[in-house]
Design a protein around this ligand. Structure first.
Ligand code: ZN
Ligand code: ZN
Ligand code: FE
Length: 763
């Protein structure tokens, strides 16, 4: 006996468009004897479904519990409505309301189905480098405007052939409404350009590019969100040439191998790491090198880890296809001179990259938005982000608050911006170091693009307290022009807030913040960076901090850890005897000038930076006196740590000051007693971790607070993170670490948003 049919209205929000949701609903409805319709709206997906109650129940359960793979459902509401009779189920035209918004899907790496077709000689897209479907392919990087529809993407110039159109319009097809759908007949094509040679196309272009790589030459390769520079990673000369041309002397290069098995020859891969490598994001994962395998050491000098990724476009797969003699790993570094943003427009790339590359592998599908590769590592079986970009952005972070529209401009290095609306924060993809005009225009264009895509018109602006950051100046001007409120947010407060919201923290009670980084402007004009805070979104107290020391020459000392070491030694009353490594690294005359500069505080800034303390110890041990990339001295110090060493140094606390100067006589004593640098480095790490525990215990005694937020770039030091969290856990503390956004300055804009919202009484 059949029940009386009823009608349910369903509304779903989140990333529900451009991910194959409508055909999925259509097919499910047909299977479950449901009639009615589904359509995209400007706020999500709307379904009206009629059928027998038990069928409807199953239908709703299936939608709720098994949405399409790429969908990200934020809310799901189903309600009974007046019965409507339909004789079939259909997909209806979109209904858009211009003030609402829908999140946009990030770019998605090639899916298993497309990969199978790519290598299937019987398939009509066999070896077609731009194969994609509803579940994979470019999204964010090709979208010019919303709604997400082919005419508003960079695919608008490619008219579909009859076969593609057939697939695009058949709800049962896995390419139904796949906006970038294409085939060799109608879609984008590759070409190979080399000075003085005829341009090659299709298979010939790919073969020529492979031959070039085999010969140890450098290839500029157009990818999803920009250009890469590629070369044979196992070829020392090729890698060296790339370093010289790119002006990147020692910073590690990202690598790509065809599959996990190939990768495993070089690095260890846990299950969690494998899952991330193969995830829809296909991010770069930092992986521990295999013992005794040094074949790729020159790609990442003095590192214990290599940053590796799997091919994420069909073109990558064709380019890296295994064959005897073909490199098992390629360097895949962003196509730019060091410090500039990645090239993404063809005319621009051809001129800018011409001096860097021997040839180009191009295609004619324009990139609208530049997006770098994302970088993560795994800590405690969880994602620990380093750089949030391709595959993650522009997916917004859902927060448990209704936020006003705030534009947060972020910091300077590793800049991101953020725009908030209702329960979402659109945290931008990694923009880069805001130190030149190219990156600044990438920043301003990015803000305009996000505003257009998500219908945003900010009513408040948050900036860093640093008066000279380009992001600060930009925000200040905008606030003046538009006459909207401006919030200047202290850098380390923003780090704390970023970590809190990353952990969904929504209580009013304060949290302990261990906020360690290189540089952040303090409320007293001192450069902070070793801060022990107590507070929340609304306000913080800076309760303890590291000893202040002089930064001779201000920011320029950051490139010169030996100067910082000498500054520490002088402050600690230790003579600059010629047996000391940092002393030896200078000429006599330079030392005299430096000594005068320090004793009279000429052109010196004061800092409490934890990053600088690591730099000083690194130089003192003779590891690194000059750096060629941010964090290098500290990273190399971490990498030599003896993992079994348990002893530590005394780190006294005087009032609100952690007396870091006291470390230096102890380290020198160990050095003079012939203790190995590996052991000294470990004892130094232990001292910082212990100090964190002692301070947290003091906080707990005086306030009862038990939660500890760890944020700031220094927490990319996994040795310190491991030691500190272990100590905290074993003493009953609850450490909060980052999972969705980086601990470094990439998370600052997110923290700024929460603080501004709190000051606007929106939390
Ligand atoms: Zn696919
Ligand atoms: Zn076609
Ligand atoms: Fe910072």
């Amino acid at each position: 006996m059949s029940d009386t049919p009823i009608t349910q209205k369903i509304h779903i929000t989140g990333i529900v468009q451009g991910v194959g949701f409508r055909p999925y609903v259509f097919n499910l409805a047909s299977k479950m004897r449901i009639n009615g319709w589904v359509r995209n709206t400007s706020s999500g997906l709307e379904i009206v479904a009629s059928g027998e109650p038990s069928d409807l129940d199953r239908f709703i359960q299936a939608l709720r519990n098994h949405p399409p793979t790429l969908a990200h459902v934020d809310s799901f509401e189903a309600s009974l409505s007046e019965y409507e009779q339909f004789d079939h189920f259909e997909i209806r035209e979109s209904n858009s309301v211009s003030t609402e918004f829908v999140p946009i899907s990030p770019d998605i790496s090639i899916c298993d189905d497309c990969r199978r077709e790519l290598f299937d000689p019987a398939d009509r897209r066999y070896r077609y480098p731009f194969i994609n479907c509803t579940n994979c392919g470019p999204r964010f990087s090709i979208i010019k405007d919303i709604p997400y529809d082919r005419p508003l993407t960079t695919m608008s110039d490619f008219a579909m052939c009859a076969d593609c159109l057939q697939e695009y319009t058949a709800p049962s097809d896995r390419r139904y409404h796949a906006q970038p759908i294409a085939c060799a007949q109608c879609g984008p094509a590759v070409s190979f350009k080399m000075p003085g040679k005829t341009e090659l196309f299709a298979e010939q272009a790919i073969s020529a590019a492979r031959a070039l790589l085999r010969e140890g030459k450098i290839l500029a390769l157009k990818g999803l969100g920009g250009y890469h520079l590629a070369c044979d990673a196992l070829n020392r000369d090729a890698v060296e040439r790339l370093r010289q041309r790119k002006h990147r002397s020692e910073k590690p290069f990202a690598l790509m191998s065809f599959d996990l098995d190939t990768m495993k020859r070089f690095v260890q891969i846990s299950e969690t790491e494998a899952a991330l490598l193969e995830s829809p994001q296909h991010t770069i994962v930092l992986l521990e090198k295999n013992d005794g395998v040094s074949a790729l050491d020159h790609t990442a000098p003095r590192q214990n880890q290599l940053g590796m990724m799997l091919p994420y476009t069909p073109l990558h797969l064709l380019l890296l296809e295994p064959e005897s003699g073909f490199p098992e790993a390629l360097v895949m570094t962003s196509g730019n001179f060091s410090e500039e943003p990645i090239a993404y427009r063809d005319d621009e790339a051809l001129t800018r990259l011409q001096p860097l590359a021997d040839a180009f592998l191009l295609h004619n599908r324009p990139i609208h938005m530049r997006v770098d590769d994302s970088v993560v590592r795994v800590f405690g079986e969880q994602v620990y982000p380093i750089r949030r970009a391709r595959g993650y952005a522009p997916e917004p972070l859902k927060v448990p608050y209704i936020l006003p529209q705030i534009l947060s401009c972020g910091a300077e290095l590793k800049n991101t911006f953020a725009l908030s609306r209702q329960g979402y924060i659109f945290l931008s993809h990694h923009i880069g170091d805001l130190e030149n005009l190219e990156t600044l225009s990438s920043f301003t264009q990015g803000i305009e693009h996000y505003k257009r895509l998500f219908h945003l018109e900010p009513t408040a602006i948050a900036v860093d307290l640093h008066p000279d950051y380009l992001s600060t100046l930009f925000g200040q001007n905008l606030s003046r022009e538009q006459n909207i409120p401006l919030f200047k947010v202290q850098h380390h407060h923003a780090h704390l807030a970023s970590c809190l919201v990353d952990n969904d923290y929504r209580e009013a009670a304060p949290v302990i913040g261990l906020i360690f980084d290189g540089t952040g402007y303090g409320t007293d004009g001192v450069i902070w960076g070793g801060e022990f805070l107590l507070g929340g979104y609304n306000a913080v107290d800076r309760v303890y901090h590291l000893s202040e020391i002089a930064l001779p020459g201000g920011d320029s000392a950051i490139r010169n850890p030996a100067k910082i070491a000498l500054s520490y030694l002088q402050a600690a009353g230790i003579d600059w005897t010629p047996d000391l490594f940092p002393v030896k690294s200078f000429q006599e005359e330079q030392r005299v000038i430096l000594a005068q500069q320090l004793s009279h505080m000429v052109n010196c800034l004061l800092t409490t930076s934890m990053g600088r303390l690591f730099d000083a110890v690194s130089s003192l041990l003779g590891i690194r006196h000059h750096i060629s990339y941010e964090g290098q001295a500290a990273i190399e110090l971490e990498n030599i740590c003896d993992r079994s060493e348990n002893q530590t140094y005394d780190l006294p606390i005087n009032g609100s000051r952690i007396d870091t100067l006291a470390l230096f006589p102890q380290i020198l004593k160990d050095m003079r007693n012939g203790v190995s640098h590996a052991v000294i480095a470990a004892r130094f790490h232990n001292a910082i971790a212990n100090c964190c525990l002692v301070i947290c215990q003091k906080f707990r005694t005086s306030t009862g607070v038990n939660k500890v937020a760890l944020s700031g770039g220094v927490w990319q030091n996994m040795t310190l993170l491991r030691k500190t969290t272990q100590l905290l856990y074993s003493d009953g503390f609850e450490p909060l670490i980052h999972h969705r956004v980086p601990a470094n300055d990439g998370g600052i804009s997110l923290g700024q948003t929460l603080i501004a919202a709190s000051l606007l009484h929106a939390l």
